[in-house]
Design a binder for this molecule. Structure first.
Ligand SMILES: Cc1ncc(C[n+]2csc(CCOP(=O)(O)OP(=O)(O)O)c2C)c(N)n1
Ligand code: SF4
Ligand SMILES: [Mg+2]
Length: 316
């Protein structure tokens, strides 16, 4: 393992100090679930979210993500409680604001891969705006939306993915608003990796998480995750154990073909599962590094206050 250094700017003299991170043994054992599982999750027994968490632990173990590198961010909701249950760095942030918070981490810490977890309400209602903008900026991170078609934490309100006719506390006579399609929205917003999975197929969830993590850009996963308390049986049609069908994306599908991906996203439920769309495009992360490098070369030797003064003079 090569030594990792961090550049720390000294505010008083403007000098940059390179600090070497502590050297770690070449061969470190992957963390086990026991080492990273925090207090027992407070989800209802049978909630689909347990499965997503278990697979995140598996991913950390399999891909040897070291303790100091685990970064788990979420908004608010049952699904967004996720970082509480991971014994590592993370934040349970403001409702709908997980993505801007995660963006800051991603852009300032290139040595981390940021994972964001949350629900359909957090992602597409209050956080809908941030979802579109983080996707179009192609900021490197993995966003896994645990879609249960309902607001679980606040006890059964209609969510932006609830189907027409769904009876909830906010739609006693059945939902009348057309649901959004997360896959279409992600593709249209500019996400460069868009995949779909379901909590009832653990191997598939892990496969999607690994592929998303390996993608250099904004990777989005819609993971169906049943709310057994307020929307029981919502996804039975996608679960072979409940008489449903789990169809993988056809092998002939070209993941770089945006229109083909959009077509897959338009299939009637249960639709297909797998990677719908994946293209390589420069990330905001790499673009910012280039801008910073070129700007820093123009201010070499100047102190912080001198740089500020220069900027103020330019703005006069
Ligand atoms: C600003 C703000 N508005 C509303 C709420 C109330 N609230 C908390 S979670 C939530 C919806 C959660 O739904 P979802 O993201 O689908 O997560 P789930 O509980 O279903 O996993 C709402 C409306 C809040 N906490 N903060
Ligand atoms: S209310 Fe629903 S989403 Fe929340 S923990 Fe219970 S089963 Fe899971
Ligand atoms: Mg929800």
């Amino acid at each position: 393992m090569s030594a990792v250094t961090t550049e720390i700017p000294n505010r008083s003299n403007g000098n940059i100090t390179s600090v070497a991170a502590p050297t770690l043994p070449e061969e470190r054992k992957g963390l086990t679930k026991k080492e990273i599982a925090a207090d027992h999750p407070t989800w209802c027994p049978g909630c689909g979210d347990f499965s997503v968490l278990a697979l995140y632990f598996k991913l950390i173990e399999k891909r040897k993500i070291w303790h100091e590198k685990i970064t788990t961010i979420a908004g608010i909701g049952c699904s967004s409680r996720f970082p509480y249950f991971v014994q590592a760095h993370g934040a349970h942030y403001i409702h709908g604001r997980a993505l801007p918070f995660a963006s800051g981490i991603s852009l300032s810490r290139p040595d981390l891969h940021v994972f964001v977890f949350g629900g359909d309400g957090d992602a597409f209602s209050i956080g809908g705006n941030h979802f579109n903008h983080t996707a179009r900026k192609n900021i490197k991170m993995t966003y896994c939306v645990m879609d249960n078609w309902v607001y679980g934490l606040t006890k059964k309100q209609t969510s932006p993915t609830s189907p027409l006719g769904f009876k909830s506390k906010t739609d006693q006579w059945g939902a009348v608003d057309y649901p959004i399609n997360p896959m279409k929205q992600a593709i249209a917003a500019g996400a460069t990796f868009v995949a779909r999975t379901t909590h009832t197929n653990p191997n598939h969830v892990l496969q999607m998480m690994e592929a998303a993590m390996d993608h250099d850009g904004f990777s989005f996963i819609e993971c169906l995750s049943e709310c057994v308390e307020f929307y029981e049986g919502a996804f039975d049609a996608s679960n072979p154990r409940k008489g449903g069908v789990f169809n993988e994306v056809p092998k002939s599908h070209d993941v770089t073909d945006e229109l083909a991906a959009y077509k897959l996203a338009g299939e009637a439920f249960p639709g297909s599962f797998g990677i719908f769309y994946k293209v390589n495009k420069p990330t905001k992360n790499t673009k910012e590094v280039e801008i910073n490098k070129s700007f820093q070369s123009k201010v070499t030797g100047l102190k912080d206050w001198q740089i500020l003064q220069k900027n103020f003079e330019r703005m006069k």
